[in-house]
Design a protein around this ligand. Structure first.
Ligand SMILES: [Mn+2]
Length: 481
């Protein structure tokens, strides 16, 4: 492919040559003879000609398939240059705005009147993305190096995960251990309640992730403590001290940590940690990359909820480093006959109205069947909210999931069940645990279908109420905070 660049600025010329010479057969048209000589001396193809004359382009053998880049450095005469290019048969014309003056829409229109397909490139815009990303990385690097130094001289480090750790917690633990350049004996991954969900057990098994179950008494035996995918308030004051917190849940108050990086707009803790790893150029093993990729995929439901650009970038970065076949193997474990049976039971009671699906699975042996069913049913076309309830050991468990730009699931469970049990969560995932007798006391002794219907109505009311409140600016502001 041929490209002809009409440029007078040596920096722009040398930059374009470096960037494009691999892909294009690029040649420069310059006005200054000494400049042309310098370029030719450095093996850059350049000819001296008047860019306002048709003849210059005819001699350069311009064809309709030649890319012509014209530098706009703010000087006059651009219209005549573009006209000459058109008259010589050029049509793939790019204007590269490199001057300090911002080019006006009027200038754009005038040039497009001469060559309709003409495109505009802004040098500042082209630089902006990569440059901002690089400077942003420098800030992250400074932050990571600080906590790395702070942890460097510790004998025993505790990386604490939430109860029943999920893929994001497990992978974040591995990633942080990697960042601290430690092994499983000098940085222990631990939780107060071990893994129960089968696919998480399978992940820990396939990736050989060892998580210890520890008690509050043991906290004091560590020199440094970090929490990942969870914040210290979760442990109800049991932690004596916290040195580092990395999390993507909404920021909580009531604790102090020496270092923290909390980004509630990120889809997973592993996205934050990918940025940390990239910032300090730490080698990422295939095992860690696989765990992190799986974590991002599962925490964002493969980018269906709470996702931002950084999640996609982290995914793109980790993908070539990870073992995709192993991820398929971990995911393949998700559907079991037992789980399908719970989905079937849910369908038998389900109520679907206004894109809200409510269902009751009845008595069940394991709590994880309930959120699994809620996640599963969220895949159904036309469903934006799922609320699945069931009874485990006398407790009514209510799992809520939603997609996209919905109202807050955490608010919903707090509003409807906060008075009779524990309820909480965030925008897209929430859970309530209510003693079954208290549920009956508040809502009546209902059948399975009755329970699903009653909870479905509550959700519909909640969604209608919040939609109404949104119209009043004062309440909207209050809801945001
Ligand atoms: Mn997470």
């Amino acid at each position: 492919m041929r490209a002809l660049a009409v440029c007078q600025d040596e920096l722009v010329i040398r930059t374009l040559h470096q960037v494009l010479s691999g892909t294009f057969d690029i040649e420069f048209l310059v006005e200054s003879r000494p400049l042309a000589r310098r370029l030719v001396d450095d093996q850059i193809a350049a000819t001296v000609a008047d860019p306002k004359k048709v003849d210059s382009y005819l001699r350069a053998d311009l064809s309709p398939s030649t890319c012509v880049i014209v530098e706009d450095n703010g000087k006059r005469g651009l219209k005549r240059v573009v006209t000459a290019i058109r008259d010589a048969g050029g049509s793939l014309v790019y204007i590269l705005h490199a001057g300090t003056r911002v080019s006006s829409q009027k200038n754009h229109d005038e040039l497009n009147a001469i060559v309709p397909e003409l495109m505009h490139l802004d040098l500042a815009e082209l630089l902006k993305g990569p440059l901002n990303a690089e400077l942003d990385r420098a800030l992250t690097r400074a932050r990571v190096q600080q906590y790395q130094r702070y942890f460097a001289d510790a004998d025993r480090v505790l990386i604490l995960l939430h109860n029943d750790p999920d893929p994001d917690a497990l992978a974040a633990g591995l990633a942080l251990r990697n960042l601290l350049r430690r092994t499983r004996t000098t940085a222990i991954l631990a939780t107060m309640q071990g893994i129960t969900r089968p696919e998480n057990l399978r992940m820990a098994d396939l990736l050989d992730i060892h998580v210890e179950t520890i008690t509050a008494e043991e906290f004091a035996s560590f020199d440094r403590i970090a929490t990942v995918d969870v914040q210290p308030h979760y442990f109800h004051g049991l932690l004596p001290r916290v040195d580092l917190v990395i999390d993507h849940h909404p920021e909580q108050t009531g604790y102090t940590a020496v270092f923290k990086d909390i980004r509630a707009d990120f889809g997973s803790t592993c996205t934050i940690l990918t940025e940390h790893l990239r910032a300090v150029d730490v080698n990422i093993s295939e095992r860690t990359a696989t765990a992190m990729l799986y974590a991002i995929k599962s925490d964002t439901l493969f980018f269906a909820r709470n996702t931002n650009r950084s999640d996609l970038e982290a995914f793109t970065f980790l993908y070539p480093l990870a073992d995709a076949a192993l991820i398929r193997k971990m995911e393949g474990a998700e559907i079991t006959l037992e789980r399908l049976e719970h989905v079937t039971r849910a369908l038998a009671t389900s109520r679907l109205k206004q894109q809200v699906l409510s269902a009751f699975v009845g008595e069940t042996s394991r709590e994880d069947f309930i959120p699994y069913t809620a996640d599963f049913l969220l895949q159904v076309e036309g469903v934006k909210w799922t609320i699945v309830s069931g009874i485990v050991g006398g407790q009514m468990i209510i799992s809520v999931r939603n997609l996209g730009y919905s109202r807050n699931a955490g608010e919903f469970v707090k509003t409807c069940f906060g008075d009779i049990g524990s309820a909480g969560g965030h925008r897209a995932m929430a859970k309530a645990v209510v003693p079954a007798d208290r549920f009956r006391h508040k809502f009546g002794d209902l059948s399975g279908i009755g329970i699903a219907a009653r909870i479905g109505e509550l959700a519909e009311q909640f969604l209608a109420d919040v939609a109404g409140a949104d119209k009043k600016p004062a309440e909207k502001a209050a809801a945001k905070s």
